[in-house]
Ligand binder design. Structure first.
Ligand code: GAL
Length: 439
């Protein structure tokens, strides 16, 4: 056991958090839970045989669109005081320029139902899914994407940041680099391109432009309570050995996956490149002359081991040696402390853990997973990192993208035949952690 990890265990029994109030909660995204979807790239994707591992789709999912109160009741029982959810752009603008006001009103109702149970809403504007009409016009790569996104976001922010919903915490774009990777390099997600480095970097740069324009518009509203970020999926990259070339591989991966996007939206200097792409170099004035990030949203799932090989793709990344979850991802709680520290040192902003969770159908790993990650978070706090909240992914099982409904990320089990929800043992573990932190 390393010294850092030992300290985590010792600190797990340390007294409560300093942040006031510290946000304890859960998160999910529209497409993964809502059901009754409107046509999007993902509804199309789920119709293509072979794209979803278990052949399932998200047509019903957990039916959150209709049963949201059930979820908020569960979150209240958990003792949570925050809930992250996302807005489906395709519901609000099912056809270009044709806005569905009823859908926005429904989201307002959802947010108010959360508020009524003492849950602070954290609202994501884009969580992987694009309206079908936009895909037909070039999707993330379209030159119009930043403007179209910012116009959609502006509508949502104006409505939901106002009373009665009064949403303060906003995530513009969820995991832009994961989307870039899965959509343009591995092809597991729409638009299903493989090794398309040019497309990948164009998409990433466009998401940075969209984020910057969204925050620029939001800051003109003059509401100082509003806080914007992206949710950055941050992987801890560690070299296979101490050899300089493996260390170089780790540094390069860290820059490409973790920092390329964050630096762009933090400084306004877009520098997007990967082998095989053009070099995108552009400077966008920062909204109000300061970072477009009011805080950093961190999605943490694990670490990767890097090595430099002699043949393409030269930099190779693989899972670390530790115990794995149902999807074969290493569970590495110590990495949460490392990620928090690196983000703190690099950006100097408050950090909100917007996702952290585990695929574990039997729930025999999740209780420890939660406890160990919270311990790692406390350790980072003790080192001076300003962490404002922790949102576990996820309250309930949900549609896990290309893996389908089989992957189970919930503190609460969902029976997809009856839609019955049953809290797992880890629900109780997390409930106790929350309760004890408030004593
Ligand atoms: C994240 C993503 C979520 C969820 C989670 C578990 O990358 O934002 O939507 O799928 O991973 O894999």
């Amino acid at each position: 056991m390393s010294r850092l990890w030992l300290s985590c265990f010792l600190l797990a029994s340390a007294p409560a958090f300093a942040a006031d109030p510290f946000y304890w909660g859960v998160g999910h995204s529209a497409f993964q839970v809502e059901g009754s979807p409107v046509e999007s790239d993902w509804t199309r994707w789920t119709r293509i045989p072979g794209k979803i591992a278990d052949g399932s789709n998200a047509d019903r999912a957990t039916d959150f669109w209709k049963r949201y109160e059930e979820d908020f009741d569960l979150a209240k029982t958990l003792g949570a005081n925050a809930f992250r959810l996302s807005i489906a752009w395709e519901r609000l603008e099912p056809k270009k320029g044709a806005w569905d006001e009823d859908a926005l009103t429904h989201y307002e109702k959802i947010v108010l139902a959360a508020r009524a149970r003492g849950l602070e809403p954290v609202v994501t504007l884009h969580h992987f899914v694009l309206p079908a009409w936009l895909v037909d016009e070039g999707g993330l790569e379209s030159k119009d994407f930043p403007g179209l996104f910012a116009a959609y976001a502006d509508r949502v922010v104006r409505r939901l940041s106002n009373s009665p919903a009064s949403v303060k915490w906003w995530v513009t774009i969820n995991e832009p680099m994961v989307l870039t990777h899965a959509g343009y390099l591995t092809g597991e997600w729409p638009p299903g391109r493989t090794n398309d480095a040019r497309g990948a970097m164009r998409a990433a740069a466009n998401m940075a432009r969209a984020h910057l324009e969204t925050v620029r518009r939001a800051r003109t509203l003059g509401n100082a309570a509003l806080k914007f970020s992206v949710a950055a999926h941050y992987r801890v990259f560690q070299p296979k050995t101490d050899r300089i070339w493996h260390r170089a591989a780790a540094k390069l991966s860290n820059w490409a996956f973790n920092w390329q996007f964050l630096e762009a939206v933090h400084t306004g200097k877009l520098r997007f490149w990967m082998p095989g792409s053009e070099f995108i170099r552009e400077t966008i004035p920062l909204p109000d002359g300061r970072s477009s990030l009011d805080y950093v949203g961190l999605n943490y799932y694990g670490r990767m081991i890097t090595e430099l090989g002699f043949d393409a793709p030269f930099v190779k990344v693989s899972e670390g040696p530790g115990p794995k979850n149902d999807l074969g991802w290493e569970m590495y709680p110590e990495g949460l402390s490392i990620a928090l520290k690196e983000l703190h040192d690099g950006l100097g902003l408050p950090i909100f853990v917007t996702e952290n969770g585990v695929a574990d159908a039997l729930d025999d790993k999740r209780p420890n997973f939660v406890a160990n990650h919270v311990a790692a978070l406390k350790y980072a706090q003790s080192e001076g990192v300003n962490v404002v909240g922790y949102l576990h992914w996820s309250l309930t099982d949900n549609f896990e993208w290309a893996k389908g409904l089989v992957s189970r990320f919930g503190l609460v089990e969902v029976d997809y035949a009856t839609l019955e929800k049953k809290p797992r043992a880890s629900f109780e573990t997390y409930r106790k952690i929350i309760e004890e932190s408030r004593e």
